[in-house]
Design a protein around this ligand. Structure first.
Ligand SMILES: [Zn+2]
Length: 116
């Protein structure tokens, strides 16, 4: 078990000190009680931080998936330099001009890498 943060213990001791000081008259007991409360607060806080970090990680993963999807779609939208057919449809139709559609390699790469 880790020792509670002394700063947090001080804060709690200050907040509770006056109230329990008068009932038992012992500053040491107050300090021990404050340290105990600080530990409980820290454990709770660490748990919440871990939860929030997990949520943030899920959010970032979702963001990355959306970005990849957007770039995939951008690449599918690149047009054949000869007939204007979308890259995504190149296998469904033959090019009326040259048989095989022609796409600008730089344009395809730029779309996939998110350059505009
Ligand atoms: Zn074409």
């Amino acid at each position: 078990m880790t020792a509670p943060d002394p700063g947090l213990t001080d804060l709690i001791a200050a907040a509770l000190g006056d109230k329990i000081m008068h009932t038992n008259g012992s500053g040491d007991r107050n300090r021990a009680y404050a340290a105990h409360v600080a530990l409980v607060v820290e454990q709770h806080t660490n748990g919440r931080i871990a939860e929030l970090e997990a949520e943030l990680e899920k959010y970032h993963a979702e963001e990355r998936r959306e970005l990849e999807w957007d770039r995939f779609c951008a690449q599918q939208d690149v047009r054949c330099t000869e007939c204007g057919l979308r890259y995504g449809e190149r296998k469904d139709y033959t090019c009326p001009h040259i048989g095989e559609h022609k796409y600008d390699a730089d344009e395809l790469r730029a779309a996939l890498e998110g350059e505009s």
